[in-house]
Write a protein that binds this ligand. Sequence first.
Ligand code: PEP
Ligand code: MG
Length: 608
Amino acid sequence: MKHSMKEELKLKGIGVSQGIVIGKAFVVQKGRISIPYYVLWNEEDIQKECERFIWAVDQVENEFLHLKESLRNGMADYASLLDVYRLILRDQLIYNETLNLIKSRGLNAIWALNMALEKVQQVFESVDESCVFDRLSDVGSVIERVMRKLSGQKSDIFENIRERSVLVIRDLSPADAAQIPLEKVMAFVLDIGGKTSHTAIIARSLNIPAVVATERATKEVETGDLVVVDGTSGDVTIRPRENTIRYYVELQLRLENYIKEINRKASQPAITKDGSRIKVEANIELLEDVVSAKDSGAEGIGLYRTEFAFMNRDSFPTEEELYQDYRQLAELMAPLSVTIRTLDVGADKLTPWLPVPDEVNPALGLRSVRLCLKYPQVLKMQIRAILRASSYAKNVKLMFPLISGIGELRILKNMVWKAMNELRRENIPFDEDIPIGVMIEVPSAVAIADLLASEVDFFSIGTNDLIQYALAVDRHNENVAYLFESLHPGLLRMIKFTVDSAHKRGIPVSLCGEMAGEPFYVPVLLGLEVDTLSMNAQSIPRVKNLIRRSIREDCKRFVRKILSKKTAKEINEELRHLVIREFHDEYHFFQEGFPSDGFSLLGAGVRL
Ligand code: PEP
Ligand code: MG
């Protein structure tokens, strides 16, 4: 039941894109698509129906292509999602299956498409994985668009937005987003979704405040209602009272000034109060991401995940294409350094170019450098392209992921020497002193960090995988997500041993897992004496700001103290106290995002 106009109502969701907005709501109610059933009896009608289906798919594909072309730089995540959408459109199980059903059973296109969709849903639902669930909702929204075309319904559900509004909608897929007049959207409020859902990615890349998972926003809000959206805390206030508005106007002003102030200093170096400089770099997935990395004040590219450029292509890249990509990156960033990681394909990142056999444990299987060693020609080509790109500004570093032992590393280094010799013979220039480093993301690499340190020029700690392997917690499995503890004493000790081993042998250490981009972890990572932090571009200004406000010697003392604690929960509480004391304003604005490390029996499913 809707509430009367005067009643204020607060909904709690998850804030996924920061900022506060006060504005009028526009509630989008998607009309149901009717799916009629009829049978076509003659060949001519069947042929026409096939053509109508192909026409509808083409139309939708063109819309996606059109949208992709109109995307700004720095929206690479969104662009790759649209590529995934195009692949879904042409997926055999849907596209071919629908045409088969029309041809063999004379079914009308929309009914046939719905049958194909149901089959895919059955297959997906038998797999209990959150990433599969995400993909299933992608499939659903892509098919819905084709159905709207087939049923002659308008797919533009946003055409009635007349003024700048807060968009309230049950779910928002990138396919829907294709049609939103973005200049009219002040904020997004969704019934469903999560922190890593696609809407969250879109909202962040568009810099539009967003709250997801409110569960019932579309039921409680009416078009024209005034709403306050706090994309930081996840609070949505519907029909706010005078004093609520006053409160938020003031908060909005303070938050905006705070962010503006932080962004103003984003390009300056991050030096602690006691004079210790920490390099803050960006992780990128595609060349286009360089623009937002530079805008956010990145002092280099600490991790280029080169596999994404392989995943989004229609054909296998040539050495020349890779070289052009890496050279452009090196030139755009020069004189700042770029760390190019060799292909880290396998496990969750798949590409048709390097097929992986079906494995029981893909995360422990043929992934990353292991897969590359199975296809040495591909790796050799990539190494040559990286070496060639290093000749221009001598700012390129080469990094190998998932190193688990020195034997493996020596084979890889041998491949580099061979590639260098080839280039010399061919008179092709490269940087003879190109630094070669490894990612520390397997526990055995930590245990031999002292030995590894004398074999390479730098380390980069990949906490995403290191946590997964050290704590035996699948990084993609939500059933054990509560055990994915970044502040686990075991992990902190591993980082400490790695850093100390590297420094004893005079090589620098970077940390490029998601942990590096969590501003509240700054005191821990400074205290662990990591030299460089590499992260998503958006986090850079806030992380740099907190570094500048820290005293490294105090952070070291803090780390000595927490290293004697027994659980992540205790460490998390110590950190929270420190953050409240030292960075009160940051905590005030972003406390809802404070990481909630700490094993809990309730998280483990135990009912007390
Ligand atoms: C990591 O494992 O921490 C890392 C940075 O690499 P990726 O997330 O690409 O596996
Ligand atoms: Mg990794």
